[in-house]
Design a binder for this molecule. Structure first.
Ligand SMILES: [Zn+2]
Length: 172
């Protein structure tokens, strides 16, 4: 909690950060507890830095303004470091899978919302892409479907049976 501080009796109150407990954001000038700030190893004192909220705002603005450049840079990076990335992925397979799973669980609602928004915004493009993909990969998809059917024959039969049973139930 910031310390309430009065210069003179009857005068205005000032809030000052309690040392080591909270800090003032250099952008919004709000005094906030230290957990509202990202840890900044480069700065030893906690006086001149921005809070998480302001950091996020700044990052979001940057991402929006530089969307194309960031995408271009990422793509270049992926191409240039293809082998290293592939190696890293193989070596850390389990760790990555674990992180992804945790992220998905923690951000379930956020991901669903983002996906939905993305789908709505890019509906036509997605449909076009899917169609092109289906045409280009016709044989592979047919092969995959066949293999999938063979592998999951029992499961599919069970699902169909359950589906029919449910349908019947609703008809009544
Ligand atoms: Zn701030």
């Amino acid at each position: 909690m910031p310390i309430k501080y009065q210069m003179e009796p009857g005068g205005p109150y000032y809030y000052v950060p309690e040392l080591g407990v909270d800090s003032r954001c250099s952008k919004c000038y709000e005094i906030k507890p230290l957990n509202e700030f990202h840890k900044n190893k480069r700065k030893k004192d906690n006086c001149a830095h921005t809070c998480k909220k302001c950091d996020k705002k700044k990052n979001d603005k940057y991402r929006i303004e530089n969307k194309e450049q960031i995408a271009k840079y990422r793509k270049e990076y992926r191409i240039e470091n293809k082998e290293q990335i592939a190696k890293y992925r193989i070596e850390n397979k389990e760790k990555i899978a674990k992180n992804r799973k945790e992220y998905r669980i923690e951000n379930k609602e956020k991901i669903a919302k983002n996906n939905k928004e993305y789908y709505i915004e890019n509906k036509e493009q997605i449909a076009k892409y899917n169609k092109e993909y289906r045409i280009e990969n016709k044989e592979q998809i047919a092969k995959y479907n066949k293999e999938y059917y063979i592998k999951n024959k029992e499961k599919i039969a069970k699902n169909r049976k359950e589906y029919r049973a449910r349908k019947k139930l609703f008809k009544k």
